[in-house]
Structures are given as structure tokens and as C-alpha cells.
Design a protein around this ligand. Structure first.
Ligand code: SF4
Length: 233
């Protein structure tokens, strides 16, 4: 049984993000004092012994060390969700023994990273996080949300190839219900059949079997016009 702590704010602006308010208006949420958070975990630790620290992007907060340190002191097992943009903090947290599991979202192939996040980002920092996590010795997952129109099918396979040697890449289906860029609410997710095919191909790549066929998705197939999406570039 785990609890999830959502920390407000993010340094990325992924157009498909479904935590729009948490990213854009974190001040609109109630502030919960750290002491209250810790006391609540202490009260319920006989049946909740794990916590997921997520966002937004947790690593934009310098106080993350203190928060997780206090949770660890309460005997909690901690999983960190991150976009990988702050490898220094990820290394510090792991090297201090504060993290038991880490899940990093990989937004797309490294050569066009600003496109996936709609902000300036040094892909070198993303690569640094990936390489550190893979060699860290702690449990980890890489995840990618597949967004039709933003990604072509071949982009997913490129990510899988860039993660060569990683234990897995979890493929997630895009959810258009709430999106940071409202234009993406009109983008239809790939069909379950297509997602199954993509997952199978990704599993083959991660297992070192290569890929027999990866077709690009044509815009016409998606039912979306380029002009619908203000941030397309
Ligand atoms: S999806 Fe992108 S914008 Fe949303 S919280 Fe994650 S990194 Fe930030």
C-alpha cells in the first residue's frame, strides 16, 4: 500500500501533460505543512509503508532532500517520479540512500527534446540521468507516454533503442481528457490494437531482438489538423 505526494510546479511544459493545474498554477492548491505530512505518515505507517513522490517535477524543490529524509526516518520506502532534468539532485538523493525506486519519464528521442517538452532543455542532462539511473543499482523504470501527432510511431522505437541495456520501457497511452495545451484535447489516442503492437515491438527492442517493422503514422490517420496545435514545431 502506498501514498502519493504531489509536489506543485514543473520546469517542463509538455503539451500533453494531464497535471495542468499542478504545473501552471501550483499556488492554487492548499499548502500542507511538512510536519502535518510526516505526522500523517507516522499515524498510518502500520498499513502504509511506501510513498510515491511525484509532481509536477519534485526535483525543482531544494527542500526535497529534507522531505524525503523525514519520510525515510519514519521507515517509509520512497519512489521518486522525475522528468530527469536534474541529474545532480537525482544522484544526491540516490547516493544518500534516500530513494528505493525511481521512475523517469522519457518524453521522446533525445535529439529533439525541446519539442516534446515545449521548453528549452539540455538533452545532455536527460542522458546523464538515464545513464546514472541505469547504473545506480536501485529499482527503476523508464516510461514514455505515446502521443499521436506529437510522436510518430518510429519515435517510440528510437527511445527504446536509446535506452539499450535498460531493464524496461513502460509505454503509456495518452489521455486527452485534460491537457496542458488545450489543443491536445482533440488528439485521439492510438487504438488499443496499435498500442499493443507498439508495446510488443518495444519489448522486442528492449530484449535485443530488434524491430522488424516500424511504420510512421500519417497525420491524416489522426484526424487532427496541424493548426489545431499551437505548440507544434
Ligand atoms: S508531463 Fe511534463 S509538464 Fe507535466 S508534470 Fe510531467 S514533466 Fe511536467
Amino acid at each position: 500500500m502506498s501514498s502519493v505526494l504531489f509536489l506543485g510546479g514543473c520546469n517542463f511544459r509538455c503539451p500533453f501533460c494531464h497535471n495542468r493545474d499542478l504545473v501552471l498554477s501550483p499556488g492554487g492548491f492548499e499548502d500542507i505543512p511538512l510536519e502535518y505530512v510526516v505526522a500523517t505518515f507516522r499515524k498510518y505507517k502500520h498499513w502504509v509503508d511506501r510513498v510515491v513522490v511525484t509532481g509536477g517535477e519534485p526535483t525543482i524543490h531544494k527542500s526535497l532532500f529534507r522531505l524525503i529524509g523525514l519520510l525515510k526516518r519514519e521507515g517509509m520506502s520512497v519512489k521518486l517520479d522525475t522528468n530527469g532534468s536534474n541529474p545532480s539532485m537525482v544522484k544526491g538523493l540516490v547516493n544518500d540512500g534516500l530513494i528505493d525506486c525511481i521512475a523517469m519519464d522519457v518524453k521522446g528521442p533525445l535529439d529533439r527534446y525541446p519539442r516534446w517538452c515545449d521548453c528549452e532543455v539540455d538533452a545532455g542532462t536527460i542522458r546523464e540521468s538515464i545513464e546514472f539511473i541505469m547504473g545506480s543499482g536501485i529499482d527503476y523504470h523508464f516510461r514514455m507516454t505515446v502521443v499521436p501527432f506529437l510522436h510518430q510511431e518510429a519515435d517510440v522505437y528510437t527511445v527504446a533503442e536509446e535506452l539499450e541495456g535498460a531493464k524496461d520501457l513502460i509505454i503509456q497511452t495518452f489521455r486527452p481528457d485534460i491537457t496542458l495545451n488545450p489543443g491536445y484535447a482533440r488528439v485521439k489516442p492510438f487504438s488499443p490494437d496499435k498500442m499493443d503492437k507498439i508495446k510488443k515491438n518495444v519489448a522486442d527492442i528492449m530484449a535485443g531482438k530488434g524491430l522488424k517493422q516500424a511504420k510512421s503514422m500519417r497525420l491524416d490517420d489522426l484526424g487532427v489538423k496541424k493548426s489545431d496545435l499551437g505548440l507544434y514545431r
